[in-house]
Design a protein around this ligand. Structure first.
Ligand SMILES: Cc1ncc(COP(=O)(O)O)c(C=O)c1O
Length: 396
């Protein structure tokens, strides 16, 4: 399939391999952003006039679309946030902070993104909680046995990415939730790198919370999703207060409005949320299974070709996703990134917001190539061609 006509950014003469950071947007999404601003600009939950009704209606359609996409039971379980980071912070601060007590234990791994580690570190410092990091195996992946070994009666939460953004490993969330729930432990899933790439069914996974960002799945920036089981959302306490989240208030307190609106204080990213529906519909049209399959083929081809270059090491050869991590012998990752940039290739270099991973894997300074379904074999061939040009690469 050729997607050039759908994505204006695919016609800029670039090879874009930084899809784990953000993705390109199809015309349908761009047009939707324009449509709101040209044809029905109004605030949500506020007006008594038609264009404001339309705004509420469109936001509601996106909520239903997200519900369907992740197979949540209720659309009320979908809360719009700014991004996955915002969602994870809200889960930690609004649900777990009031609930957790001193010495309670949280299980994380050192291959989590900063957004799934820092909110927990801040909370542990505040409340005297203990964070335990699940040891990684020789492939830098977690194992169910390593999780089992850490569980005690004090373990209250396991918070993990479904797919990690550096190692690119996929966790068996269903097995983890079964183990966790048998031990009265909550499971938080960071879906930033999984929801855009693989089928995500929250009923099947049985996770308690899920966080992800629209911009990593063909949608606009500034829109995230916090999914939570309705029973748990009833116990969650809004920390952000203001317009739209209350029924009434006086000097003695606030009467909260219904879920999910009580967690969406203030004017939301209206055109972003509306456009997000078009991103999901686009992904559904391509087919999430097709996306997963085509990325797998591209990734296998990329790894096969990279392995032929003697001075390039593939650090995650068993990656379960479209994320491939490399090191070029004797070169700083940033220099490799800048060399590839000079050839019109966009990759990411450095620590990729996973700064504790080096403790276990030794990976400190790497180049990440992250694929999406619109990437092509020709683009990979061009990358390999540029990397094979040893003289120019080392001379850059
Ligand atoms: C695994 C993972 N979690 C969370 C995030 C944070 O996403 P955002 O910056 O959209 O909040 C990222 C971003 O790269 C990520 O890769």
């Amino acid at each position: 399939m050729n997607y050039d006509e759908d994505f204006p950014m695919l016609k800029k003469g670039l090879v874009y391999f930084d899809n784990a950071a953000t993705t390109f947007k199809p015309k349908k999404v761009i047009n939707s952003l324009i449509d709101y601003n040209i044809n029905f600009t109004a605030n949500s939950h506020r007006g008594d006039y038609n264009i404001s009704f339309k705004v509420d209606d469109e936001i509601d359609k996106t909520r239903e679309c997200v519900r369907r996409f992740i197979n949540a039971k209720l659309k009320e379980e979908i809360i719009f946030t700014m991004n996955a980071t915002d969602s994870l912070n809200m889960i930690v601060d609004n649900f777990f902070e009031p609930m957790l007590k001193k010495d309670d234990e949280i299980l994380l791994s050192k291959s989590e993104h900063a957004s799934n580690i820092l909110p927990w570190i801040m909370l542990s410092l505040k409340k005297g909680l203990k964070i335990k990091y699940i040891p990684l195996n020789e492939e830098n992946k977690i194992t169910i046995d390593n999780i089992k070994n850490l569980i005690t009666t004090k373990t209250k939460v396991i918070s993990l990415a479904h797919i990690t953004n550096v190692i690119g490993d996929k966790r068996d969330i269903k097995e983890i939730t079964t183990l966790a729930h048998n031990n009265n432990i909550y499971v938080v899933v960071d879906g930033a790198q999984s929801v855009p790439h693989i089928k995500t069914d929250v009923k099947d996974l049985d996770c308690d919370f899920l966080a992800f960002s629209a911009h990593k799945m063909c949608g606009p920036t500034g829109v995230g999703v916090l999914y939570g089981k309705y029973e748990l959302l009833k116990k969650m306490i809004p920390k952000k207060v203001g317009g739209g989240m209350n029924e009434s208030y006086d000097e003695h307190g606030i009467e909260l409005t219904t879920i999910p609106y009580r967690f969406e204080a203030g004017t939301p990213n209206i055109n972003g949320i509306i456009a997000f529906k078009h991103a999901i519909e686009y992904i559904e049209k391509v087919g999430i299974e097709n996306i997963e399959r085509s990325e797998k083929y591209l990734k296998n081809y990329l790894i096969k070709e990279l392995k032929k270059i003697p001075y390039v090491e593939v650090l995650n050869p068993t990656s379960d996703s479209g994320i491939v991590l490399i090191k070029v012998k004797d070169l700083f990752a940033g220099d490799v990134g800048l060399y590839l940039n000079s050839k019109g290739i966009c990759v990411r270099s450095g620590k990729h917001c996973v700064k504790m991973l080096k403790d276990e894997s030794g990976f400190d300074d790497t180049v990440r190539i992250s694929l999406y379904f619109y990437n092509t074999y020709e683009e990979i061939d061009y990358l390999i061609y540029c990397l094979k040009d040893k003289y120019k690469l080392y001379d850059f």
